[in-house]
Design a binder for this molecule. Structure first.
Ligand code: NAG
Length: 282
């Protein structure tokens, strides 16, 4: 009897834990960051912190915290979260704590930060962390009259940022690594606010996300049923490359393996120097 009771208690606890893991995140408690809160160059992590789905102070990010928040909040898979988490830990001054703060991700060009962001200025001009509305407007210009962002418009908007910054930033950096990271960012907003296979998110949802760092829950958005993972992001990256007409550096073959390595900050063999920037789409 005693044993059976213990067993029931155990099962109840277990189901309780499962219930918690599977539960949908609470999207209704959005607040802008307070004065001491850490925010970084990544609008997705900032938004999750603003909703309290990641720690609101933006500090003490560990891999388990990121996996839970990113999966519940955006249905993005561990194979994308773990590399970025690892890279974040490398950027942190407190490697021994095994956690990082969101602003640790601003370190230029070391890890995931790169020039020609969709919504941030290049480090050369000063602030590579905070949202820049003028830069974001130049992206929105590619789809402002549409209801949805299609792959072509997203690809052109992204490539335009590369061309504009390469023209005005004397210290513009654009390695194959930067290039791929930038593609995966566009692939991820198309996936999370649209569909991981077909993209096509509502323009107003994408704008709310970048402009307010808020998930457009009140406007009807819900995390997609299908997980955004390394395979879907790689496939969408290939689509974006085709749609935008950018020429890849010689020898660069975009595969899941390559994208995974780049996101994890691992070296990629055989690719040296900057990819050619060719204005094919003008
Ligand atoms: C994609 O959006 C662009 C920009 O509005 C538009 O010109 C183009 O026709 C769209 N393409 C498709 C296939 O819908």
């Amino acid at each position: 009897m005693e044993l059976l009771h213990a067993f029931t208690v155990l099962i109840t606890i277990f189901v309780g834990i499962l219930g918690k893991v599977c539960a949908e995140a609470d999207f209704t408690q959005w607040h802008p960051p307070g004065p001491g809160d850490s925010r970084g160059p990544c609008p997705a992590l900032n938004s999750l912190a603003n909703h309290g789905i990641l720690p609101r102070n933006g500090r003490g990010m560990t891999i388990p915290i990121l996996i839970k928040g990113i999966s519940q909040g955006l249905n993005v898979g561990n194979d994308l979260t773990i590399p970025v988490g690892t890279v974040g830990l490398l950027a942190s001054d407190s490697l021994l704590k095994l956690s990082f703060d969101l602003d640790d991700l601003s370190k230029h060009d070391e890890l995931i930060e790169h020039d020609a962001s969709l919504s941030r200025e290049d480090i050369y001009f000063g602030d590579n962390t905070r949202f820049n509305s003028e830069i974001w407007q130049s992206v929105v210009d590619f789809f402002r009259h549409d209801e949805r962002v299609n792959t072509t418009a997203a690809a052109r908007a992204r490539f335009n940022r590369v061309k504009v910054q390469s023209g005005r930033n004397p210290e513009f950096t654009y390695s194959a690594k930067n290039m791929i990271i930038s593609y995966t960012e566009t692939a991820q907003y198309l996936s999370v606010f649209g569909n991981p296979l077909t993209g096509n998110p509502r323009v107003d949802w994408v704008r709310t996300f970048f402009e307010e760092e808020r998930l457009p829950y009140n406007e009807g958005w819900r995390p997609p049923k299908m997980t955004t993972n390394l395979a879907t992001v790689t496939a969408m990256t290939l689509e974006l490359i085709l749609a935008g007409g950018e020429v890849l550096p010689e020898g660069l073959e975009v595969t899941e393996n390559l994208v995974g390595k780049i996101l994890a900050g691992k070296p990629i063999e055989g690719i040296i120097g900057n990819p050619p920037i060719i204005n094919r789409i003008l």
